[in-house]
Design a protein around this ligand. Structure first.
Ligand SMILES: [Zn+2]
Length: 405
């Protein structure tokens, strides 16, 4: 028996792939969008009322396993200091049950605030079970560090085995798997090469261009990051500073590949950003986190001006106070007042979905994509202002996730 379709009418429909519709509808069958149109439908429909209906949001960078650190790592004036307090809290004895519950709460809060797809960084794989249980789609980025690795190829093979066992990707609802590197100051060139060499279908990602100290470390080989690595006993005396920017360095290490997600990037030079764009890379901006860790507000408008695909992530509860993408959208808007709100909404939906390899199913209201929709109350917002309203950070506590099956 062919399933009948459901029709949802809304005051505003934002397909993202095309201009907002003032008074429109979305037809859904079997959990997929079959048609988007304008006007008031004559046939039976559910009227969602005075709302903006848009595709579910994409949080392209978070660390759900750090959710237990919420409120425990204070804002810092510089990134190395923030890392030190984060590591201290992370290594302190903890209640594993409470840490697991914090992950579940974090996932629930993401879903309730309209996020449907996530790029989650994990060292411990602690969030894999909760993500599977919640039916959240995305990419599990199993992250490695190793500045003096003994057996990089073996380390990468073991990581792939761990993540594939924890998350066998058989159902279309699960997250896909990838093994990735943490950052240029925590991963040796041999390990970057081994990770890139064992890459699967999913994209690579890396934290880079996050702080001025990282840039200085790659230029000179010294500074707070060297001290930090020495302190934790991981310094590699054979390592020599490349004397270039991080993206050029990643390129030399074979890690800069099409689709690579460069997370943060606020301290990358124009040359490095151009190199990233030329290689088919993506920037994932997390401005609230950058401010929290003491790295400063990134020049988000420059990412757009240079023609880079810009995705958006919240980062973890160790450096932001919510995983609500509408809060992050407001921070992006404040950081890039010259950029059209439509571009920022595209970043949080379609660009993020494509970056996570799921552009065929998520990110816009188009035929064939999944009907995972967000209905945001718009009250007295005028048609010309609806996109601006959505990135304004005004309360979205009454938003509704529409996920017909
Ligand atoms: Zn991160």
């Amino acid at each position: 028996v062919p399933a009948s379709s459901l029709l949802f009418r809304a005051r505003f429909v934002l397909p993202i792939s095309s201009a907002p519709i003032d008074g429109g509808w979305v037809r859904v069958r079997d959990g997929r969008i079959v048609e988007v149109g304008a006007g008031r439908p004559i046939e039976t429909h559910e009227d969602l009322g005075d709302v903006a209906l848009l595709p579910g949001l994409v949080n392209a960078h978070t660390h759900l396993e750090l959710s237990f650190l919420e409120g425990r790592v204070p804002p810092a004036s510089a990134m190395p200091a923030w890392i030190q307090s984060m590591i201290r809290e992370r290594l302190a004895p903890r209640d594993e049950t409470a840490a697991g519950a914090a992950i579940e709460r974090a996932i629930a809060s993401m879903m309730a605030s309209g996020t449907v797809l996530v790029g989650d960084i994990t060292n411990s794989l602690a969030a894999v079970g909760p993500l599977r249980a919640a039916g959240m789609a995305g990419v599990i980025f199993h992250e490695l560090t190793g500045f003096a690795p003994a057996d990089p190829v073996g380390q990468v093979a073991a990581a792939w085995k761990r993540v594939d066992e924890a998350n066998p990707t058989s159902s279309e609802n699960c997250c896909a798997n990838s093994v990735v590197a943490h950052a240029p100051y925590s991963v040796a060139p041999e390990l970057f090469r081994a990770i890139a060499g064992a890459r699967g279908r999913e994209p690579l990602t890396v934290h880079t261009g996050e702080s001025p100290e990282e840039i200085a470390f790659l230029r000179s080989g010294g500074g707070p990051f060297k001290e930090l690595i020495e302190q934790i006993g991981k310094w590699n005396p054979d390592w020599t500073a490349p004397g270039c920017g991080p993206i050029e360095y990643l390129d030399r290490c074979g890690y800069l590949q099409p689709g690579m997600l460069a997370v943060h990037g606020g301290h990358l030079s124009i040359d490095d950003l151009a190199r990233l764009r030329g290689a088919g890379g993506v920037i994932v901006t997390c401005p609230r986190s950058n401010v929290w860790v003491g790295a400063g507000v990134p020049d988000v408008a420059e990412f757009y001006r240079l023609g880079l695909p810009v995705a958006i992530g919240t980062d973890s509860l160790a450096s932001v106070d919510s995983l609500n993408m509408f809060d992050e959208l407001a921070a992006v808007r404040r950081a890039a007042p010259s950029i059209a709100p439509s571009k920022i909404l595209e970043s949080a939906t379609l660009t993020g979905a494509v970056a996570l390899g799921r552009g065929a199913e998520f990110g816009s209201l188009e035929t064939g994509k999944r009907a995972e929709l967000v209905a945001v109350p718009t009250a007295s917002v005028a048609a010309d202002d609806v996109e601006e309203y959505l990135v304004s950070g005004q309360p979205h506590s009454h938003l509704r996730v529409v996920r017909p099956r």
